[in-house]
Write a protein that binds this ligand. Structure first.
Ligand SMILES: [Fe+2]
Length: 119
């Protein structure tokens, strides 16, 4: 059985169009206090945003230090009306790796991750 991870595109795969869902978050956060997370697709070079070619959704998960994987948020985007950039508050009780996924209707699913240390 082929694993889904095998079809995910990582930042190293990037071509001239920018698909990587870059996570912007502080390197450290306080336990149980909200901090701001932004996920942006096309941070350096804008991705097309037309009916024919667009970013359809962004999803965020967290792998907690204790090993549990939790869903943090799903953002469903309307092509041409919404740019693929979302900012939302996140609350963690323990250190975690944040994972962002995004889906381009032409170029597939892309991933990115970032560690946040909780003190
Ligand atoms: Fe694309």
């Amino acid at each position: 059985m082929e694993k889904f991870g095998a079809v995910l595109h990582s930042p190293e795969y990037e071509g001239k169009e920018k698909h990587v869902p870059v996570i912007k978050a502080p390197a450290t956060a306080k336990a149980n206090e909200a901090f701001e997370v932004t996920v942006v697709v096309g941070d350096e070079t804008p991705h097309p945003n037309t009916i024919a070619h667009h970013i359809k959704w962004i999803q965020v998960f967290a792998k907690l230090e204790s090993g549990m994987v939790v869903h943090v948020g799903t953002f469903d985007l309307g092509p041409t009306y919404a740019e693929p950039r979302v900012t939302f508050p996140v609350v963690l009780k323990e250190s975690a790796t944040l994972y962002a996924l995004e889906y381009c209707n032409i170029h597939g699913v892309w991933e990115y991750s970032l560690d946040v240390k909780v003190e």
